[in-house]
Design a protein around this ligand. Structure first.
Ligand SMILES: [Zn+2]
Length: 286
């Protein structure tokens, strides 16, 4: 599943290639890829016809193109799901093509998605807290890389939640864009066990966790993103990612890079958490 840095890499590629172009026509090859559109394929293709792509946007792991034109649709939200790709030009897996949009310069923007958890949705834009967001994204909190991310306010909200800190980090309405991998990395860096309760943590420690999350995502972004899924490629269809050395995620049994103790894995929300039992102690609430 793509995390924030991968989505941001895709957004930048789309921005570079698409802004200023107009969608001439759209062809839906699989209804599942338009299941979020209330009126299905006819509604999506109708709303996109003649719309100019005026920009791109991202919040957390949510990605969209901004639109202007005769139909009034203001955004095309792109859900990448588990394996979605936005490709411009020839595609190597035509059997997994779900949606294709022909642009006014003759090029084709393809949505390829083997598992079809992702899809497109044309929608209106609403203004929330000074930012324009597509309606389906309106409830998503700012991510730690957002220049208007309000650290103090987010820390206050976390202090008001009687919930495990890792669960809170993954709650996209509190802070967005932090997925399972980067949550583990941030918690390792801040030396916090993911099952610590957020209302039992100090403001300084919560700030350190969020700063760490921003730091690991910024680093991944500089390195081109992290992905363990070779289906996930960038906007030109080439693999844009290389593995980076993760400090916690996926390192069960390997020595902690800080203290040498064997890293542990435990089940968490149908996934896994990786942590150092020495650096990240679980302090039970009193
Ligand atoms: Zn350690």
């Amino acid at each position: 599943m793509p995390e924030l840095p991968e989505v941001e890499v895709v957004r930048r590629g789309l921005h570079h290639h698409l802004v200023g172009k107009t969608i001439v026509s759209t062809s839906v090859r699989h209804d599942r890829a338009v299941r979020r559109q209330p009126g299905g394929a006819p509604e999506l293709t109708g709303l996109l016809a003649g719309q100019q792509i005026s920009g791109t946007g991202r919040r957390g792991k949510y990605l969209w193109l901004t639109l202007e034109g005769p139909t009034g649709a203001q955004a095309l939200v792109v859900h990448l799901g588990m394996s979605g790709q936005m490709l411009i030009g020839p595609i190597s897996r035509p059997q997994h093509l779900r949606i294709a949009a022909t642009l006014d310069d003759g090029s084709v923007l393809s949505f390829v998605d083997q598992r079809t958890f992702g899809g497109w949705m044309a929608t209106d834009v609403v203004t929330v807290d000074g930012s324009e967001l597509p309606e389906p994204v309106a409830h998503i909190a700012r991510d730690p890389l957002d220049e208007r991310f309000d650290m103090a306010a987010v820390v206050t909200r976390l202090r008001g939640k009687h919930t495990e800190i890792k669960r809170a980090l993954l709650d996209q309405t509190l802070v967005s864009g932090v997925g399972n991998i980067y949550a583990d990395e941030a918690l390792w860096q801040a030396r916090v066990h993911g099952r610590r309760l957020s209302d039992g943590m100090s403001r300084a420690k919560l700030t350190e966790v969020l700063d760490s999350a921003a730091g690991v995502m910024r680093l991944a972004l500089e390195q081109g993103g992290t992905s363990f899924d070779d289906l996930y490629v960038n906007v030109n269809g080439e693999s844009g990612y290389f593995e980076r050395s993760l400090e916690a995620y996926g390192r069960e049994g390997e020595p902690c890079r800080r203290c040498g103790r064997a890293m542990r894995r435990e089940a968490f929300m149908n996934r896994s958490s990786y942590f150092c039992p020495s650096c990240q102690r679980l302090v039970e609430p009193r």
